[in-house]
Design a protein around this ligand. Structure first.
Ligand SMILES: [Zn+2]
Length: 279
């Protein structure tokens, strides 16, 4: 999946680059991927999209929830959770792709599934019914409605012994918030990812809330994280504090060595001094 900040970057770049282009050939599922999800038969995507113009794009703020890119093609809506790439005319196309749109000027847009990914397609001239997990049902951290009391209501809805990582980055409790954005959010709040929610002081929970809001904003405003690629295959402009890119360096705050551990289906990165496990 793509995470919240990168969805904003992709939607903005699609708006600037693809809006106005007419699709002449849409091909879905040309390399079958077990965890690629389509709406109905992917072979019909061409029939449904050919001749349509790209009219708008947004970061999962129109019909679906965070972590998706919505691309409007006149009266059809694509909801995409995979990375998306633009290919200028006469440039090389990826060998493997699960959705390829060819435009009238010879340029292309491709979607390639990493672990899993959705490329859903709906007509929007009626009610758009998205599958579970894609429907917009809660505010995004970028919305004003995602305030301290909303964040506290999320905490009230889970077991108090849940770890902070499980709280923030699992079950799509905050759609589009994944294991990628987690590390800097927790570093900025000075909280270890394995801390249980019921061990956090009020001040720490408040710091966590502000870090969710401020860190995600910095990632979005920087054009996505430097560990992820944008529409043109370029790394984002937000410099990650904790990631595979920075693991070999010292903590920018205390100078100690950074750590990586496997935890809850993915690596966690942290500074053991700034983010102690026991408080
Ligand atoms: Zn440190």
């Amino acid at each position: 999946m793509i995470e919240l900040p990168e969805a904003y970057t992709l939607a903005k770049q699609i708006g600037e680059t693809l809006v106005g282009k007419t699709i002449i050939n849409a091909v879905a599922d040309s390399q079958h991927h077990v965890f690629a999800w389509y709406t109905d038969d992917p072979k019909l995507y061409g029939q449904k999209l050919n001749g349509k113009k790209i009219t708008d794009a947004n970061p999962g703020t129109g019909y679906s929830c965070g972590g998706n890119t919505e691309i409007l093609c006149e009266d059809m809506l694509l909801v995409i959770s995979t990375p998306i790439r633009y290919h200028a005319p006469s440039t090389k196309l990826p060998k493997s792709h699960q959705l390829l749109l060819e435009f009238e000027d010879g340029s292309h847009m491709s979607c390639t599934v990493q672990m899993w990914g959705a490329m859903l397609l709906f007509p929007i001239n009626g009610e758009v019914i998205l599958p579970d997990g894609f429907t917009k049902k809660c505010p995004s951290p970028y919305d004003d409605a995602f305030d301290e009391s909303y964040f506290d209501s999320l905490r009230q809805s889970v077991k108090p012994t849940l770890s902070v990582k499980a709280f923030l980055a699992t079950e799509q409790r905050i759609p589009g918030f994944g294991n990628g954005v987690l590390h800097d959010v927790l570093f900025n709040a000075r909280i270890h990812p394995k801390r249980k929610l019921n061990t956090l002081s009020d001040a720490e929970f408040a710091a966590l809330y502000h870090s969710v809001k401020d860190t995600l904003k910095a990632m979005r405003d920087g054009g996505g994280r430097d560990t992820e690629k944008d529409l043109f295959g370029n790394a984002g402009g937000y410099h990650t504090i904790l990631s595979s890119k920075t693991l070999a360096y010292q903590c920018p705050v205390c100078g100690d060595g950074l750590k990586r551990e496997a935890y809850l289906g993915g690596n966690i990165y942290f500074c053991p001094t700034c983010q102690p496990l026991v408080k």
